[in-house]
Write a protein that binds this ligand. Structure first.
Ligand code: IMP
Length: 185
């Protein structure tokens, strides 16, 4: 049985407007999993999940892949943390695996301004991977500050704040199985 979280029961529904359904997400994850499997067949691939938002996506995506790969995670602090100066991103948990000479696919929940991803790409490139590409569930071109190459995209969205499928508002809503516009007012 499909596990449903009913936003009308669980949350103040006037703050959530579903824009991508669970079914649409599942179809897209299957499509991406197949495409990545074809394009990385025969290559030594490491999937790198960016904690914590990408966890739901990377688990689902990896289960739709039919090639061998290694899985690792990295965590970065965001530029909008209040703990440090604006614009600063740093690694708070590094990879366990060496990516030198390996094909690396960074798996993101959302690419928004591109600041975090831009930093991550610059950092990982210094480790000399055989290749370095990006897969994101959500892409928001309208808020981009830094140009970043995104090879695999789930959904292109306009300039709205979204939650669900790993994306949070103050650490809540990550477990929603759909993606919803969230009214922060
Ligand atoms: P960046 O702006 O591309 O560097 O994204 C930084 C991080 O901000 C993302 O990895 C998300 O965790 C978070 N973020 C950006 N936009 C949204 C959104 O619309 N909803 C939830 N989190 C977001």
């Amino acid at each position: 049985m499909v596990n449903e979280i009913n936003p009308k029961k669980s949350y103040k529904d006037d703050q959530l407007k579903i824009i991508i359904t669970q079914e649409e997400i599942e179809a897209k994850v299957l499509e991406l999993g197949r495409r990545i499997s074809e394009e990385y067949a025969g290559k030594e691939l490491i999937l790198v999940g960016v904690l914590r938002g990408s966890t739901y996506f990377i688990v689902d995506l990896s289960r739709k892949m039919h090639i061998p790969f290694a899985l690792d995670f990295i965590s970065i602090s965001h530029y909008n943390d209040t703990s440090g100066p604006a614009g600063v991103v740093r690694i708070t948990k590094d990879l366990e695996l060496s990516i030198t000479d390996k094909h690396v696919l960074i798996v993101e929940d959302i690419v928004d301004t591109g600041l975090s991803l831009g930093y991550l790409i610059r950092n990982l490139k210094t480790r000399n991977p055989a290749s370095l590409k990006v897969c994101t569930m959500v892409n928001v071109e309208a808020r981009r500050i830094v140009g970043v190459p995104v090879e695999y995209k789930g959904f292109d969205l306009p300039n709205i704040y979204v939650v669900g499928y790993g994306l949070d508002y103050k650490e809540r809503y990550r477990n929603l199985q759909f993606i919803a516009e969230f009214d922060r007012s």
